[in-house]
Design a protein around this ligand. Structure first.
Ligand code: ADP
Ligand code: F6P
Length: 323
């Protein structure tokens, strides 16, 4: 019988639980034993592993977060930490791992894979910055939360003819800001990949008022040089000259804690199951993601070394549609 481990690592993302459930039940279907590893690579290093039954993962699909817990574990980034983790797997007879997490976690998975240990990754982060998948688990839920906030802010902005700025998460990636901005009808979107300076933002907002708009909304990604804090400082310092000020909302971790949407539950289920199927076929050293609507495997070596590109044409489109 095969004994596999599953862990969730990095920032929690809505849908991680559905992925854990799929790994466990697909593994049990293969007549394997499946172990849940607590708190990501931290639990892997310290050997915190619990056998999971089909019932143990019942009722978790509807919940955000991760039943296994997660962590950011600097020790695992060292060769010594990785050796400790391999030692714990050896002691507990775990002979393969499924790693559910974002780009950093997949780099960790690659580090293990390079030692010859069988690992399969599952792309899961609200940032959508992982190479090898069009969309990762949690993005859809986080996007919908950001969008709901933007819709609400627009209502009050229009009533008072005010300018608002909303900062969304995404680390160094502008995907969430770009998509939330387009779907929410923002006047200006500022993302790290194609920075807009504050003077330009002010010009765009003034132009929006001049075109007769009742509101002016900026969506900014947290990873921008001019994030919410710096952009607000600029508008505050130049308040007299610009003739208006910005009201600011930073969405922060609210975006991560949502109930997973149907899309995220289904994506997580398919990816978790596909990762386990891959191990059953003897395939490993890959990450499961979505490509052209299909589940596809990408070598972890590529995931760890390549940069996912953002579609610049969507930013141009957002400018056209903000007319
Ligand atoms: P995410 O997986 O959501 O991108 P992080 O970037 O914080 O989140 O990564 C999660 C964990 O993955 C880190 O705390 C660390 O344990 C591990 N990790 C990140 N980068 C590497 C790396 N280059 N090599 C080995 N492990 C890594
Ligand atoms: O990677 C997911 C994410 O939510 C990023 O969008 C954000 O920059 C980061 O995690 C926040 O990390 P923490 O939860 O450790 O504050």
């Amino acid at each position: 019988m095969k004994r596999i481990g599953v862990l969730t690592s990095g920032g929690d993302a809505p849908g991680m639980n559905a992925a854990v459930r799929a790994v466990v039940r697909t593994g049990l279907h293969e007549e394997w034993q499946v172990f849940g590893i607590r708190r990501g690579y931290e639990g892997l290093i310290s050997g915190e592993m619990i056998p999971l039954s089909a019932r143990d993962v019942g009722g978790i699909m509807q919940q955000g977060g991760t039943m296994l817990g997660t962590a950011r574990c600097p020790e695992f980034e060292t060769g010594q930490g990785q050796q400790k983790a391999l030692g714990a797997c050896e002691r507990t007879d775990i002979d393969a791992l499924v790693v559910i997490g974002g780009g950093g976690s997949q780099c960790g998975a690659y580090a293990l894979a390079q030692t010859g240990f069988p690992v399969v990754g599952v792309a899961s982060t609200i940032d959508n910055d992982v190479y090898g998948t069009e969309v990762s688990i949690g993005v859809d839920t986080a996007l919908n939360i950001a969008l709901e906030a933007i819709d609400r802010l627009k209502v009050t902005a229009s009533s008072l003819k005010r300018a608002f700025l909303v900062e969304v998460m995404g680390r160094k990636c502008g995907y969430l800001a770009l998509m939330a901005g387009i779907a929410g009808g923002a006047e200006v979107i500022v993302i790290p990949e194609f920075e807009t300076d504050p003077e330009e933002v002010a010009t765009e907002l003034r132009a929006a008022y001049e075109r007769g708009k009742a509101h002016a909304l900026v969506v900014v990604a947290e990873g921008c040089r001019y994030n919410a804090e710096r952009m607000t400082a600029f508008f505050q310092e130049n308040r007299e000259r610009l003739g208006f000020q910005l009201r600011v909302t930073t969405l922060g971790h609210v975006q991560r804690g949502g109930v997973p949407t149907a899309f995220d539950r289904l994506l997580a289920t398919r990816l978790g199951s596909a990762a386990t199927d891959a191990l059953a076929r003897g395939a490993h050293g890959v990450m499961m993601g979505l490509q052209r609507g299909e589940i596809a495997a990408t070598p972890l070596a590529d995931v760890a070394s390549k940069q996912k590109q953002l579609d610049e044409s969507l930013l141009k489109l957002s400018g056209v549609l903000a007319a």
